[in-house]
Each structure stands twice: as structure tokens, then as C-alpha cells.
Ligand binder design. Structure first.
Ligand code: PBG
Length: 327
């Protein structure tokens, strides 16, 4: 394969040729759209740092689900902002909690939509940390019990998949055991196996009102400098019974996605987080970049790195674009 016999440009000359030899594709069925649920009625408020993304009250969900399904998006991940927070994050597993109500509403109005729930305490604790505090430190093993209770309450309300995002050690096996003991052995766990302590979560923390009131999350989330450790984290979660492994954030961690893809034969998910979305939207609003093309290019890069599933605030925009392309 040497020039001039081989000319790579031959296969790039027109759309049809490029289509034929394209190696990676995006599809709406592999995108997951995050939903933020807030108390109240008829609430549909745009998140300032995430243009186009809204915080919705439960009564808005049926309409939202219809729009998503119409676009071919069949999965959502739910985050709740409760009325009240407390030290133990008890709103997370309340039978009538915000996420539990949202799940029941979605299940009754749009049963074909796959409901994944984020299992974490940070939206529910008054201190904003992802677990139970003892002497101002997040206590791992006490937190496990609350997380398992939370996951179980989501599933009892009708959730299809649970996604623990707290980064406590041992949470996957604790959740697996709680689900199995209650005859929910068929509910998959999508583990945020490799979650970094990242500044890219900034806009989300405003949206979900879950910024830590003191300190930061570096005592439980991973150090951005580490990659071998990602494999240890993922191995643990596989051994504990995770069904899907997630890497988060996505764009700054494509190497980690590629590593997991190589090392494990399980489905790999990647979360294109709030800061990634906000940066693209802000620069596009200023007219400094072509937002649509950068959306497509970043999502493709995540695919190319090896993710099967992508959680993204661009899901609707991307699905619309895919529609246009293929119909
Ligand atoms: C924790 C959680 C966070 C995100 C998803 N789940 C925030 C955090 O760990 O601080 C971030 C998602 C995003 O930035 O889009 N419940």
C-alpha cells in the first residue's frame, strides 16, 4: 500500500463513497437523555448554563416522553431535586420521593420508555456530599445501606435499570444483593464504574442543586491523573455484578473509554457531562464554532473510542439530525 498505487483520497470523493466506508455510526437507540425532575406543577424551567435543557415537574413528563419516543430515543436517566434535604439523604428512598413519583408517572404514560435512575445521595443531603457523614467524612459502609435502599425503592416504583454514581466501594454488590433478595434479579446495574473528580460537572451541580457545602468529592471520585486505576475500578464492578460499565466524563477521558473497551467484553457507556455540553453551546452561541458539527464530532469520537451507549444532553438534537439524514 504505497503511493501512487494507493490513494486514500479515492474513497473520500463523494457522500456515497464516504458512507460506504464509514466505520462508526450513531443511533438514537443508543443515546440516553437525562431528565431533571423538580417539585411543583407545570414547571418547565430552562437551566441557565445548559441552554435547551429544562427542569421539569412530574406533570410534564408524559409530554416529554412522547417527544423522545417520537425521535427514536428510547432511554432516559432520571435525576431528582427533592422538596427537602437532610443529613442522611432520606428523600432518596422515600416511597413518595420525587424520582419515585416520576418513575410511576412515566411507567403509566409511556411504558415503552426505558427508565434508568441515577442512584446517589448528593441531591438529597443538606451537605451535598454523595454519602452519609461521620466526623465530616463520607462513611463508605453506612452509605452502602442507604444506596441499596434507594436503588430498591426506584425498582419498586418501576425503574428498569439502576445506575449508581456515588463512587463508594462495594456499592454494586450491595445493590445487587438488595435487588436479588427482593426478586428483582432481572434488573441490570449500569455502574458509573470510572467516575473522575471533574470540574466538568459544574453546570449539573447548579441544575441539581448538589454542590458540596464544604470540601470536594476527591475523597471518593477518581483522580483525573490516573488510568491504571480505572481498570481496577472496572474490574471490581464487574466482579460485583455490574452489567454495564460507564466512564464519566467522556471527552477528556476517551483514552479510558478505549481501555475499557479493550479490556472488557461488557457494554461500555460514556457520559458526555454538563460541562462538555455547556462549553459547546456557549461557544456556538457566540458564533465561534459550528455547534451542530461539534456535537456530531464529539459524539462520534466517543463512539470511536469504544462506547456503545452515550448519555448526552444532545440526545434530542442528535436524534433530529439522524432523522434528517436517514429519511
Ligand atoms: C451524582 C452525579 C453527578 C453527575 C451525575 N451524577 C454530579 C457529581 O458527581 O458531582 C454529573 C452529570 C453531569 O455533569 O452532567 N449524583
Amino acid at each position: 500500500m504505497v503511493f501512487p498505487e494507493y490513494r486514500p483520497r479515492r474513497l473520500r470523493r463523494n457522500n456515497a463513497l464516504r458512507s460506504l466506508v464509514r466505520e462508526n455510526h450513531l443511533s438514537a437507540g443508543q443515546l440516553i437523555y437525562p431528565l431533571f425532575i423538580v417539585p411543583g406543577k407545570k414547571v418547565r424551567e430552562q437551566i441557565v448554563s445548559m441552554p435547551g435543557v429544562f427542569r421539569l415537574s412530574v406533570d410534564q413528563l408524559a409530554g416529554e416522553a412522547k417527544e423522545l419516543l417520537g425521535l427514536g430515543i428510547t432511554s432516559v436517566i432520571l435525576f431528582g431535586i427533592p422538596e427537602k434535604k437532610d443529613g442522611a439523604g432520606s428523600g432518596a428512598h422515600a416511597k413518595d420521593g420525587i424520582v419515585q413519583r416520576a418513575i410511576r408517572e412515566l411507567k403509566s404514560k409511556a411504558p415503552e420508555l426505558l427508565i434508568i435512575t441515577d442512584v446517589c445521595l448528593c441531591e438529597y443531603t443538606d451537605h451535598g456530599h454523595c454519602g452519609f457523614l461521620i466526623n465530616n467524612e463520607v462513611d463508605n459502609d453506612t452509605t452502602l445501606e442507604i444506596l441499596a435502599k434507594t436503588a430498591l425503592s426506584h425498582v419498586q416504583a418501576g425503574a428498569d435499570v439502576v445506575a449508581p454514581s456515588d463512587m463508594m466501594d462495594g456499592r454494586v454488590s450491595e445493590i445487587r444483593a438488595a435487588l436479588d433478595e427482593n426478586n428483582h434479579e432481572m434488573i441490570p446495574i449500569m455502574s458509573y464504574a470510572v467516575k473522575y473528580a471533574s470540574a466538568f460537572y459544574g453546570p449539573f451541580r447548579d441544575a441539581a442543586e448538589c454542590a458540596p457545602q464544604f470540601g470536594d468529592r476527591r475523597g471518593y471520585q477518581m483522580d483525573p491523573a490516573n488510568s491504571r486505576e480505572a481498570l481496577r475500578e472496572a474490574t471490581l464492578d464487574v466482579d460485583e455484578g455490574a452489567d454495564i460499565l460507564m466512564v464519566k466524563p467522556a471527552l477528556a477521558y476517551l483514552d479510558i473509554i478505549a481501555k475499557l473497551r479493550e479490556e472488557f467484553d461488557m457494554p461500555v457507556a460514556a457520559y458526555q457531562v454538563s460541562g462538555e455540553y455547556a462549553m459547546i453551546k456557549a461557544a456556538a452561541e457566540k458564533g465561534w464554532i459550528d455547534g451542530e458539527r461539534i456535537m456530531r464530532e464529539t459524539l462520534l469520537s466517543i463512539k470511536r473510542a469504544g462506547a456503545d451507549i452515550i448519555i448526552t444532553y444532545f440526545a434530542k438534537d442528535m436524534a433530529k439530525e439522524l432523522r434528517g439524514q436517514y429519511t
